[in-house]
Design a protein around this ligand. Sequence first.
Ligand code: ASP
Length: 395
Amino acid sequence: MRRFFTVENLTLLSIFFGVLAGVFIPELMLKLKILGDVFLSLLKMIIVPLVFTSVLIAMLGLGSISRFKDMGLKTVGYYLTTTALSVSAGLVLVNLINPGEGESFVPAKTVQVKTLEPEDIVWSIIPSNPVRSFVEGKVLQIIFFAILLGLATLAVNREKRTHIFNFFDGLNDGLINLTRWIIKLTPVGVFALVGFITADMGIEVLLTLWKYAVTVVLGLFVHAFVTVPLLAFVFGRYNPYDYFLKVREAVLLAFSTASSAATLPVSMQVAEEKGKVKKETAGFVLPLGATINMDGTALYESVAAVFIANIYGINLEFSQMIMIFLTATLASIGAAAIPGAGLVMLTLVLSSAGVPLEGIGLIIAVDRFLDMFRTSVNVWGDLNGAKIIDRFIKS
Ligand code: ASP
């Protein structure tokens, strides 16, 4: 009996009961939002120091610049490949199912959208002031700074370098302990978050946009249960279903928080302790993955763009499909790992393919629900990236 009441199982139950509570006692669940917010704040509290110390000690742990090149290239190469695979799955499905074809409706809301330019992505990576990146929680900039600082520190003499390593390694251990304590609160936090979202949005919105939502979810399932497991079997040589059981807590948390960043502390903990990924791999691959590898988001952007084009009766040419493919990949790299970030980046995809931005007003209603699914796939992709790349990194 004790074995059943693990945090993982309780979290799963709390998603179920959260939805039920959101439907049957919505007033109470709206009030309980504070519990979910407290839990999220606790997770967010550790992200910035955890990312900085993990990336820095992973860099120092590599010991040399050539090993960094090795791990860095493998990681970025792997992430780009999986993102491209997921966008392709999305484009194939959306062209087969054709949601929105022949049903034009007027967008429910007009939204004010700021158009994103490709160069915004450059500035989301390179900080002009790292202290500001810390204060504003700009994770990609923090990673960029930590990688450069790590490289430069590798060139410092060994004795001094050991001091720096020991200091940040100790701090990192402390942060991981703190994460463990916060994880114990997951079932309560998840219950409150899921209950609140269900009460706030209502299940009904799903029904109006069901075909679009089903296409996104189906694509996500294909990526999560077919593509990624194949890569795991072939390149990782491990059983992805066993691995899922070990790391599922992070995936469930991603589902309920809709934030890869908030899930990161838990992903790192489960990947290392249960998934047996080496600390130096997890410390480098997971923070980077949480920020740049969003397979689920990329897939969703491509489906959403084609759906909106259909609604406006636009027949997309092959060249526009290619634009969608490229910008969806780029947009997913630049999307922040927070709820709703994918929707903002969608502007980039729509404008580059010449699809009206106002279409965003239409899909906004179901976005939070889809965000939960796509974030789970984002995190699942990162966790497998860490496990697969780990096999190719000599200890
Ligand atoms: N919520 C997603 C994430 O944090 C990003 C998105 O909105 O697609 O991974």
